[in-house]
Design a protein around this ligand. Structure first.
Ligand code: MTE
Ligand code: MO
Length: 311
């Protein structure tokens, strides 16, 4: 399967799709062996995608930083823990259940829901902790998947769940648990259907590293990073607003909406500015933008809403 969109690529460098599929099967078959042997030795596979043509928000954050400075509490609380420990997660085979208020519920193999050709999306990622990155994701609109499931008229929200595997996710073991598992998130249906909302399977043209939420994670670029739930195994259409992990943990600090908003501070710190990860020794700061700079596309979703109350 393709590859980078770098200029001057030779046909001989393009892996035919069948070879790629064979490779996946091979890997699945070799799963037990790989587990017993070198942990996490799986090389990242290139993905087929159409390159980003939208406005580049800023220079993408170097891949080394995108994959080594992470929040993924299932693997520990430190930014370096996910890179260290997430290789223990088995991501092949992977199934995603789509259920709740849909005409077509089902349990799908990952390869049956990921389109053959995906899209590159270069998005800002703004963490609620007041740091930010720019990530070149590869993925597809969540709306495409939801449409195939056919939401019923009563569906108003979409709930997401991360896998629970205490044997593979060391942060899910032990006495001290900041969050309850599974990690859960949710969107209003119109937010979920918005064209900017994607399910990502890759970054920098390759399969997602486990620490970034392999094999399938949500990306909602106008919301704080914690909404972009990783390693998804269930998507449920609901009538009522679903519970969300950080809101449950500290409801006065983390709202359901969690739209990036420089005017609404976290109770313990300002959200007016953000530290640009990889911005140099002096940790360059930039002013935080309303809706993380995506207001033109998404502000209408919140027309008439009090965003200080619905934070
Ligand atoms: N399951 C799960 N998803 C998660 C998290 C987590 O701890 N567990 N952390 C969130 C937070 S706080 C952020 S900022 C982003 C970070 O994504 P990245 O590590 O790919 O940059 O993932 C989000 N998704
Ligand atoms: Mo975050």
């Amino acid at each position: 399967m393709l590859i980078r969109h770098t200029a001057g690529i030779r046909p001989s460098e393009i892996t035919p799709k069948q070879a790629y599929l064979d490779r996946r099967q091979l890997l699945a078959g070799a799963g037990a062996l790989a587990l017993a042997g070198a942990a996490g030795a799986r090389p990242a596979a290139a993905l087929e995608y159409t390159p980003w043509t939208g406005p580049a928000p800023d220079k993408p954050t170097p891949k080394e930083l995108v994959t080594s400075y992470n929040n993924f509490y299932e693997f520990g609380l430190d930014k370096g823990d996910p890179e260290k420990y997430a290789d223990a997660l088995t991501t092949e085979p992977w199934t995603v259940t789509i259920d709740g208020l849909v005409a077509n519920p089902g349990k799908h193999a990952l390869e049956d829901i990921v389109p053959a050709t995906q899209e590159e999306r270069i998005y800002r990622l703004r963490c609620v902790e007041a740091w930010s990155m720019v990530v070149p994701w590869v993925g597809f609109p969540l709306a495409d998947l939801l449409r195939r499931a056919e939401p019923l008229g009563a569906a108003k929200y979409v709930a997401f769940e991360t896998v629970v595997r205490p044997d593979e996710m060391r942060g899910q073991r032990g006495f001290f648990q900041l969050l309850d598992w599974p990690y859960v998130e949710g969107l209003r249906l119109d937010e979920a259907m918005h064209p900017l909302t994607i399910l990502a399977t890759g970054l920098y043209g390759e399969e997602l590293p486990n620490q970034n939420g392999a094999p399938l994670r949500l990306v909602v670029p106008w919301k704080y990073g914690f909404k972009s739930i990783k390693s998804i195994v269930r998507i449920t259409l609901t009538e009522k607003q679903p519970p969300t992990s950080w809101n449950r943990q500290a409801p006065n600090e983390y709202g359901f909406y969690a739209n990036v908003n420089p005017q609404v501070d976290h109770p313990r710190w300002s959200q007016a500015a953000e530290r640009v990860v990889g911005g140099g020794l002096l940790s360059r700061k930039r002013d935080t933008e309303m809706f993380n700079g995506y207001g033109e596309q998404v502000a209408e979703l919140y027309a008439g809403m009090d965003l200080a109350r619905n934070f």
